[in-house]
Design a protein around this ligand. Structure first.
Ligand code: TGC
Ligand code: FAD
Length: 394
């Protein structure tokens, strides 16, 4: 397939740019240019072949997309949450799988090592993860425990200076290419703890998951632990319980709220341009009311989500954002983006199902994004519990 030329023009109907600093705009520009140059020309091909573009790991490290909010002394960017959000928006504008690689590395691997790890763990792992020398993954979900991770079965037993880990994890992004895995498992008291595993530990394997129709350019796999001997120094000393992994998810879900709107912006831009060029019945299809309704609704929802994300970013910067607010933003953005990509696909008619345009790829990717990091319904129940005070999960 011929490499696609990326002429993306970013929609900004309410001048949200005026809310950004010069540094924010500079960071966004750098990531947008990277996506135009290195992602858009190749991503369709990798998605069609269901291959992970391994070269992006070093590129994303060089660009500062891994752990942008982690302090610079550990190799992070020392940036604020709006900068992080804008990076995720631009990466997912290219492909949700590329954003996935960055959010797993930054929010689900580097963040827990930074927030819950010992000083030795921080020094050993963070700089190599920030630079992209090492890739990491995050193992929470199990074959029989997805939405309900508190009932996980993976467990470890004390064996002197090390522990013996058994169990398995499923649906793990980056797993097949990771040097490092942050794994959540229960100790002998049944308490959830985080452990850092390294590729090469005896009994630890990462089989690839095949046959996905979604996130085809992202590598997904299992983590299998068969009596893995893990040194005690690899256990996070500073967190116990489900709040450990859920705290990481709050950071990653925040990035997804921005990211999915990036995918929606790409689909809107594509559909708008197509509607001005494509003629039927002697007129551009953009002149028909039914097509204008789709475009008007797309830009309305994108604008609302951009404003919500900006406000959430401001709250994150002040340390005031609640996990429930993040859930609302993740759920809303995934729904909006999924609907926009589906409408854009229809507006392109038959061309909408081809790899000539990015819309079908985005649309299929978003079926994963609306499911992972807490499903659409789980986030609705989180909001429901927050406003009523009553738990409808159990
Ligand atoms: P619950 O009793 O509500 O909470 C247990 C403890 O955790 C605290 N907590 C949180 N802390 C930080 N951030 C959050 N978002 C938190 N939510 C809850 C809570 O305060 C409590 O603390 P403490 O001190 O009292 O112990 O737990 P529950 O068992 O009732 O479950 C609640 C529920 C269902 C909302 C939770 O389990 C959930 O969110 N389930 C969804 C699972 C999920 O999102 N899995 C994602 C796996 S990772 C992934 O998908 C990566 S894809 C990445 C990519 O490719 O981009
Ligand atoms: P289930 O929990 O079995 O849910 C099935 C359905 O039941 C859903 O519609 C759900 O909303 C509904 N449901 C469940 N409980 C309730 C309830 N109480 N009330 C009402 N409805 C309910 N996980 C990781 O740990 N690390 C990763 O890197 C990772 N990457 C992923 C990459 C991809 C491509 C995918 C698809 C998933 C990934 N996941 C990862 C796993 C993901 O987080 C889970 O798929 C997700 O949390 C849902 O779990 P499940 O698939 O087991 O669905």
């Amino acid at each position: 397939m011929a490499a696609r030329t990326d002429n993306f023009v970013s929609p900004d109907y309410f001048n949200v740019d005026e809310l950004l600093t010069e540094e924010h705009k500079h960071i966004r520009e750098a990531v947008r240019n990277y996506v135009k140059k290195e992602i858009s020309p190749i991503i369709e091909d990798y998605a069609q072949k269901a291959e992970f573009p391994q070269q992006i790991v070093k590129q994303l490290g060089d660009l500062g997309c891994f752990g942008p909010t982690i302090p610079a002394e550990y190799g992070g960017g020392g940036l604020d949450y709006i900068s992080y959000g804008l990076m995720m928006q631009e990466l997912e504008r290219g492909d949700s799988g590329v954003r996935s690689t960055a959010s797993v590395q930054g929010s689900l691997v580097m963040f827990p090592i930074y927030a819950y790890g010992s000083e030795d763990q921080r020094k050993k792992y963070l700089p190599k993860l920030a630079s992209g020398e090492w890739l990491g993954c995050f193992g929470l979900t199990e074959p029989n425990h997805g939405s309900d991770p508190s009932n996980m079965l993976s467990n470890f037993k004390d064996a002197g200076d090390h522990v013996i880990l058994n169990g398995s994890k499923m649906w793990i992004s980056n797993a097949p290419y990771s040097q490092v895995a942050v794994v959540w498992a229960k100790d002998e008291k049944g308490e959830i703890r985080g452990l850092i595993l390294e590729r090469g530990m005896k009994g630890f394997s990462t089989p690839t998951t095949h046959g996905k129709w979604s996130l085809r350019a992202s590598a997904t796999g299992e983590l299998v632990f068969d009596n893995v001997k893990v040194p005690k120094e690899n256990i996070f000393p500073n967190v116990k319980g489900l709040k450990g992994p859920l705290g990481c998810l709050t950071k990653a879900r925040y990035g997804i709220a921005w990211g999915t709107i990036g995918a929606a912006m790409d689909c809107y831009d594509t559909a708008l341009k197509y509607s001005l060029e494509r003629e039927q019945f002697g007129k551009p299809i953009g002149s028909f009311q039914l097509q204008q309704k789709k475009l008007a609704e797309m830009i309305t929802e994108i604008t609302k989500a951009q404003l919500l994300n900006w406000r959430l970013g401001a709250l994150m910067n002040e340390g005031k954002a609640t996990p429930q607010q993040v859930s609302m933003a993740k759920r809303n953005a995934c729904e909006v983006a999924t609907n926009i990509c589906r409408d854009a696909r229809q507006m392109l008619g038959g061309m909408g199902i081809t790899g000539e345009y990015p819309v079908m790829r985005h649309m299929m990717n978003l079926e994963s994004v609306i499911t992972y990091e807490g499903t659409h319904d789980i986030h609705l129940l989180i909001t429901g519990m927050d406003v009523t005070g009553m738990n409808a999960f159990k």
